[in-house]
Design a protein around this ligand. Sequence first.
Ligand code: E4P
Length: 218
Amino acid sequence: MKFFIDTANLGDIAEAQALGVLDGVTTNPSLMAKEGITGAENILAHYQKICDLVDGDVSAEVISTDFEGMVSEGEKLAALHPQIVVKLPLIADGIKACKYFSDKGIRTNVTLVFSAGQALLAAKAGATYVSPFIGRLDDISTDGLNLIAEIRQIYDNYAFDTQILAASVRHTMHVIDCAKLGADVMTGPLSSIKGLLKHPLTDIGLAKFLEDYKKGNQ
Ligand code: E4P
């Protein structure tokens, strides 16, 4: 299972990268705005900084909602760096743009996916990644993890190459449950990755080992 971090914060990205378990980064316009990154040139420069920090794929989302606009934006983003994956919303023009990029060998991440039918469309259009938003489904009392299971079954039935990128992951149990269900990738905040480290018995055990070592090595 690949671990992506869902942020545009360079400090968090560097910290996850230093841990040695990071496979990529996802961003979206809200995350860029949160870091105060505005203006076309600054946005491109920020993507470049992220690509310089990590080895893996970096999803960069288009703002356009029409086919021509998505193609023009996506081509600029893809040309910026080989690690860039063009992130497209799951609307009709987004699916058309996904097919266009897939035919040209440009990698895509189809985002804002909330149903198995939408995920099927993204796979048919040749998406590299599909991003079902599990946390936002949970937010409206709908089981986000069930969507991961449905997509896994459909993709396996037909051996689609599209990777399931569980998105809107909010905490460590989401990560573990997505792993159990066979999501190819998860993207979440730094806390969802660092949370996996925690166990009180590890801390108690380590303290005891060190105490016993000290006793015999004064
Ligand atoms: C996915 O690519 C999105 O950036 C993200 O996971 C959305 O998460 P949120 O629902 O916590 O905003």
